[in-house]
Design a binder for this molecule. Structure first.
Ligand SMILES: [Zn+2]
Length: 398
């Protein structure tokens, strides 16, 4: 995802706002339908059913029909994704969208000619029913853009973010396998012993954010100052998100380039989030800290990292059942929950092996995958080609 400053003319801005309005209207309809749903009731309409309802609504309302069906359908898709995130335990329940807050819409089925550079610093993107809209060509637009999202921030600035499937990165051809574990105390641990941390805000930025948040609490509702403070907070948070995304791109490219097989845990977001709470008999340590960390990793990093790995190393990513990876001693293979001394330290109760807990898990993941790889070589051969069509409903939003 690369984001660019969009520079619409006043006439175009009005048309973009109309798209935003349609997306918001459709989203809020979906929210309303799900607000009435309670466990035990017949299920609330799913995406397919909502699309049928959208067709009906368009037949009924001329103003909705006049808008772009892509914008409206994608709003439903975004909602379906938001709902999946909610049930996965990583996000809050999707709520109402209000005018002027987090407005945006998504366009899919973008053709190669729909994005072009017109001069050194200026590009243009074709927006359905709006036409060519200029944007600042602040860096190269990725090749193979399949979809993009247009957003308007609280400060009234427009952005366009392009999503493309990155080109595969060739592996080294040495047969090297690496295990990657979602760390608890770090963002990711490698079986090589390397610990990777996704960047966060710098200390000075964190202090500034804290100051702004305190200022926000004091600022009067509806005041100009409140608006300014909110915009400054949004900018800082966006900076952190951008840094994490850059980190994901760099890390996934590095892994794809240096290893032929990249083994990761099969992602089970729900159980990961639950594990921070621990059980009654064995309460999780640093629950609050870890819960916050989990949210951060889940929301910003891990899922995206695996997705990018699958794009850049198609057929070379192996997903491993994480069942015993954190409780097995990598040295003697003894399995015991008690060997996990703390979140950060693994100390084998059988052989006394001591290691960073995340690295120990990463090595177990690597070894499991290496076993698979050996079996695959003797059998059907190399990984099958994967479908490289983009999965729009899994593209990161925002
Ligand atoms: Zn051991």
């Amino acid at each position: 995802m690369s984001r660019y400053r969009l520079q619409p003319t006043p006439v175009q801005e009005a048309a973009l706002l109309e798209h935003c309005g349609h997306a918001r209207y459709v989203w809020n309809l979906a929210v309303e339908q799900h607000a009435h749903w309670r466990p035990g009731l017949k299920s609330a309409p799913g995406f397919a059913e909502q699309c049928r309802q959208l067709t009906q609504a368009r037949a009924e309302f001329g103003w909705l029909r006049a808008g772009s069906i892509i914008v409206q359908q994608q709003a439903l898709k975004d909602f379906a994704q938001a709902l999946a995130n909610f049930f996965g335990g990583t996000h809050r329940r999707p709520g109402w969208r209000r005018r002027g807050r987090g407005e945006g819409f998504r366009i899919v089925a973008v053709k190669p000619g729909d994005v072009r550079r017109v001069s050194r610093n200026v590009g243009e993107v074709r927006v359905p029913k709006v036409g060519w809209v200029r944007f600042r060509w602040s860096r190269a637009v990725p090749v193979g853009v399949r979809s993009y999202r247009v957003t308007r921030d609280a400060a009234g600035r427009w952005h366009v973010a392009f999503a493309a499937i990155p080109a595969p990165v060739p592996g080294p051809g040495t047969g090297g396998v690496v295990g990657v574990d979602r760390g608890v105390s770090v963002s990711a641990a490698l079986s090589t012993g390397e610990l990777l941390n996704a960047p966060t805000l710098r200390d000075t930025e964190k202090r500034r954010l804290l100051r702004l948040l305190r200022g926000l609490a004091r600022a009067e509702r509806g005041s100009n100052r409140r608006g300014r403070v909110k915009a400054a907070i949004a900018r800082l948070k966006a900076r952190e998100v951008d840094r994490r995304k850059d980190w994901v791109e760099k890390t996934s490219t590095d892994l794809a380039r240096h290893f032929d097989v990249i083994a990761v845990e099969e992602l089970k977001i729900g159980s990961m989030t639950r594990s921070a709470k621990g059980t009654l008999a064995e309460p999780g340590r640093n629950v609050r800290q870890k819960a916050g960390l989990n949210r951060g990793i889940l929301a910003n990093g891990w899922g995206l990292l695996v997705e990018r790995l699958e794009h850049k190393a198609p057929g070379r990513v192996q997903k491993i059942n994480p069942r015993y990876t954190s409780r097995t001693c990598n040295a003697c293979k003894h399995v015991a929950g008690k060997s996990r001394e703390s979140q950060a330290l693994f100390l084998c109760v059988a052989c006394g092996w001591r290691d960073n807990a995340d690295v120990n898990a990463a090595r177990n993941i690597r070894d499991t995958a290496a076993g698979h790889a050996v079996a695959a070589r003797g059998g059907a051969g190399l990984p099958e080609p994967v479908n490289r069509e983009p999965q729009h409903d899994r593209l990161p939003v925002g």
